[in-house]
Design a protein around this ligand. Structure first.
Ligand SMILES: Nc1nc2c(ncn2[C@@H]2O[C@H](COP(=O)(O)OP(=O)(O)O)[C@@H](O)[C@H]2O)c(=O)[nH]1
Ligand SMILES: [Mg+2]
Length: 179
């Protein structure tokens, strides 16, 4: 059994990737957030330019390493590097930004072309008053109920983040072989 699992947290700008890792990591997160100077500056002051890195101990000799991708497609060489080494990934989709659904869909396609490791989709910002319903998001991403696990979570909530990671690790365990 492999005792180190590398999990990638992907998704569009503002989905909550950096927050997700900061909320759950037991080490101080190594982040590469920098002042946004392009179109993302309208959304957030800082944006991830390379990756976020965090770690969680699952048991006596089992660790999860968490790698958060930059959201912008101009950094997709980092998506490529990170996903090729991943044992599983979580795609965070912000439910309050309809304009980002297309980005989420293309990130999904990008990952699918490179890997078939287990994945789950985490819908964030569902607490926003104008957030989309789960069914509508599934439809835009081209999924049905059976395609892959979907769950709603707020990346600021430690219990919800842990729950989503467990859902992914459950899928991973049978395939986690020493590499
Ligand atoms: N209310 C609420 N805020 C969220 C949620 N998910 C993320 N955020 C906030 O959205 C902002 C952007 O998150 P960040 O982690 O920087 O997104 P990233 O671009 O994916 O790394 C932060 O202020 C988060 O606290 C959510 O589900 N609900
Ligand atoms: Mg970030």
């Amino acid at each position: 059994m492999q005792n180190l699992l590398r999990i990638v947290v992907a998704g569009p700008v503002g989905a909550g990737k950096s927050t997700f890792i900061r909320t759950i990591s037991e080490i101080e997160v190594v982040d590469t957030d920098r002042k946004a100077t392009d179109e993302t500056a309208d959304m957030k002051a800082n944006t991830t330019v390379a990756m976020d890195f965090g770690r969680i101990t699952l048991g006596d000799d089992m660790w999860l390493q968490l790698y958060g991708t930059p959201g912008q497609s101009r950094f997709d060489f980092m998506w490529d590097l990170l996903i090729r080494k991943a044992h599983g990934y979580i795609l965070l989709v912000p439910a309050h930004l309809p304009g980002h659904m297309r980005a989420a869909r293309s990130i999904r396609a990008f990952m699918r072309q490179r890997t078939d490791v287990p994945m789950i989709i985490g819908i964030t910002h569902s607490d926003h008053p104008h957030s989309w319903d789960l069914e509508d998001i599934q439809m835009v991403l081209g999924d049905n109920e059976q395609s892959c696990p979907y769950l709603k979570l707020n990346p600021n909530d430690r219990v919800e983040v842990a729950h989503s990671l467990l859902a992914l690790v459950e899928q991973l365990m049978p395939t986690a072989v020493a590499t």
